[in-house]
Design a protein around this ligand. Structure first.
Ligand code: SAH
Ligand code: MG
Length: 192
């Protein structure tokens, strides 16, 4: 039997960047209130968010993509512990090149932050009518509002990319996006 506390403990001890509690609660509420059934997740890590979403109700089906073999194996094991193999389909591969044919009510983007625009553009075709895209970590621990103070070049470049993504969402003609100061910063994008 799996336990959520155990996953949280593992993530903490091994520095796995699982979604923050507030952010998770926000998404769980959204799934409940909008009768979401099919979810595509980009970035599984150890399966924490996927398992939490699947546990909301037995009709929920999740496809989740992870490129890191160690994480993938761990997620696989965790999903098994929760007996969720039938409802969480985990794909080992790079989400930039994975082929996904189905349509989803919710796409949750939670992988490499530098690629957010690419993920968004690639997977928007997999949205059902009235579907939404949720993106995590748009505040990046507060760094996105403090770019002048960042010393590391790489970090600065990454924060710039996140800010570009926010601009991309704000200016997007196809989607209307709301930004929430919840968890590490969450965006909800709906087709106009
Ligand atoms: N959604 C998880 C946390 C994901 S952490 C949770 O909240 O529980 C981000 C994960 O995305 C990492 O495990 C990383 O290996 C994976 N990742 C990053 N870029 C990726 C890509 N291009 N394709 C697939 N997985 C990717
Ligand atoms: Mg995240």
């Amino acid at each position: 039997m799996g336990s959520i506390e155990e996953l949280e403990k593992y993530a903490k001890e091994n520095n796995v960047p699982i979604i923050q509690k507030d952010g998770l609660n926000f998404i769980v509420d959204y799934i409940r209130n909008n009768n979401i059934k099919k979810i595509l997740e980009i970035g599984t890590a150890i399966g924490y968010s996927a398992i939490n979403m699947a546990l909301i109700n037995p009709e929920i089906q999740i496809t989740t993509i992870e490129r890191n073999k160690e994480m993938y194996d761990k997620a696989h094991l965790n999903i098994k512990k929760f007996n969720l193999e039938k409802r969480i389909n985990i794909i080992f591969g790079d989400a930039l090149t994975t082929k996904i044919n189905g349509k989803y009510d919710l796409i949750f983007i939670d992988a490499a932050k530098a690629q957010y625009i690419k993920f968004f553009e690639k997977y928007k075709v997999n949205l059902n009518k009235n579907g939404i895209i949720i993106t995590d970590n748009l505040n990046f621990h507060g760094l996105t509002n403090n770019i002048e103070n960042i010393q590391s070049k790489n970090l600065k470049a990454l924060v710039k990319k996140i800010n570009n993504y926010k601009e991309f969402l704000k200016e997007n003609q196809e989607f209307n996006t709301k930004f929430y100061e919840i968890g590490d910063g969450i965006a909800v994008s709906k087709m106009d």
